[in-house]
Design a protein around this ligand. Structure first.
Ligand code: GDP
Length: 421
């Protein structure tokens, strides 16, 4: 069984927790895009973990975790993440973690370039997490990247880095900065060496796993609306967050997925800049933000929040090709008398039911309707029968609106806090 677990919205849908729970049925968990610019939060019996780079299956004893070629890896950050897990008793060996030799290294100058560019943009910034993700993907397509596999060939690595650094410094000098080859090589040696045992040809590994009928899960970062091609460009991430890209970014482009599980949140949140039509403001927003603890896992930034957005989520479901959905954080809405739902947009005085891209989206205003609240703690509910009628109605309403069955409802952050419909 090859399954992709992907975000339907702007990210932060609670994918980490769902992957952690679903992963018990899977032998292999792969990350296939992105870097440490977002975070998954997983709570289990070992504690609370924030994973920025490592696949969520890393917390399970018998799961193999793959960091695919579609990823960009800040090796310093990865070493830190591995060390923090080890401190909490999570054992990480080369049998358990496999890093693609084709994944790109996010270098110190990428991070610096990201920071300098956001500063230069000032109030026109994109809301980058300043972790170097856009510059490293940019360099990948400019064919000026260093890949994890390059670390295995120290005899040619220095020359390779020297050539790229000469080019990169031309750009950085424009910002009044420069990197020395010795400093960059010191950094590579310090944080690259501990990772050498994990670097491998993940294509070969995954092809054999497919041959052996292993269950493989592909874990996405962020959501459909952040996809570089199909999202709210340029307020997107720099990689492909869609399920269709999962086999390519993991290392087995020739296989077809059996199933796509979309993770969709019971309300909306969006971190950073860009159009966010359903946004709520003032008291209504701050109460929802606190109730849902909507602060960035990677950056701690307060997230913008809004009611469930039907045009955006319906589009997300289509772009992901979702077969089933998991609706998360329904418990967060327990305090509401009336639940706000953005049912359509209004653009230039006309109702719009589809999700517009480009500048039309900037003009969109939300059309809100209100559904009855359930006004009761649902976090202990474990079967559909335990849920109040108003909660079931809410679930059915959005299920119909987005056109895809909701199979799971999550009512709390822990593994067992869910209901199967
Ligand atoms: P991800 O990147 O999609 O995994 O999203 P986040 O890391 O932002 O995770 C969402 C946050 O909500 C984490 O703190 C989770 O522990 C928490 N969470 C996930 N599902 C639920 C849920 O159903 N209810 C509540 N109350 N919290 C949840």
């Amino acid at each position: 069984m090859l399954t992709a677990v992907v975000g339907i919205n702007w990210g932060d849908e609670g994918k980490g927790r769902m992957v952690d729970w679903l992963s018990s049925d899977y032998d292999v968990i792969c990350r296939y895009q992105g870097g440490n610019n977002a975070g998954h939060t997983v709570v289990n019996e070992k504690g609370k973990f924030i994973l920025n780079l490592l696949p969520s299956g890393i917390l399970r004893d018998n799961t193999v975790n793959v960091m695919g070629n579609g990823m960009v890896i800040d090796i310093e950050h990865l070493c830190g993440e591995i060390a923090r897990l080890k401190e909490k008793g999570v054992n990480i060996t080369p049998d358990k973690l496999k890093i693609s030799d084709k994944a790109f290294i996010c270098m110190p100058y990428h991070k610096q370039q990201d920071i300098l560019e956001e500063e230069r943009l000032a109030d026109k910034k994109y809301g980058s997490t300043r972790r170097g993700i856009a510059p490293v993907y940019g360099d990948k397509y400019m064919k000026k990247g260093i890949r994890m596999g390059d670390l295995l060939f120290p005899e040619t690595l220095r020359d390779k880095v020297a050539g790229i650094l000469e080019w990169k410094n031309i750009t950085l000098q424009g910002y009044g900065h420069e990197f020395s080859l010795n400093d960059v090589m010191r950094w590579i040696n310090e944080f690259g060496k501990p990772l050498l045992p994990f670097i491998t040809d993940t294509t070969e590994y995954l092809m054999s796993a497919v041959r052996d009928n292993k269950n493989i899960m592909f874990e996405a970062q962020l959501g459909a609306l952040r996809d570089i091609d199909y999202g709210i460009y340029p307020f997107t991430t720099s990689s492909q967050t869609l399920a269709a890209y999962a086999p390519i970014g993991a290392g087995i482009p020739g296989v077809k997925l059996d199933q796509v599980i979309g993770i969709m949140k019971a309300y909306s949140s969006c971190v950073g800049e860009g159009p966010f039509t359903a946004e709520l403001f003032g008291e209504e927003a701050s109460v929802l933000r606190e109730a849902g603890a909507e602060y960035g896992a990677a950056t701690g930034r307060p997230r913008r929040v809004g009611g469930f957005d039907i045009p955006a989520s319906r589009y997300g479901v289509k772009m992901q090709g979702a077969d089933v959905l998991a609706l998360t954080k329904l418990d967060v809405l327990s305090y509401m008398d009336k639940i706000p739902v953005c049912v359509a947009y209004e653009i230039d005085g006309e109702r719009c039911d589809s999700f517009p891209t480009g500048d039309r989206l900037l003009k969109a205003k939300p059309v809100y309707e209100y559904l009855d609240g359930f006004k009761t703690d649902i976090s202990k509910c474990r079967t559909p029968g335990d849920l109040p009628e108003a909660a079931l109605k809410y679930i059915r309403f959005i299920e119909e609106a987005v056109g895809c069955p909701i199979k799971y409802v999550s009512v709390g952050p822990s593994r067992e806090d869910y209901i199967e419909l």
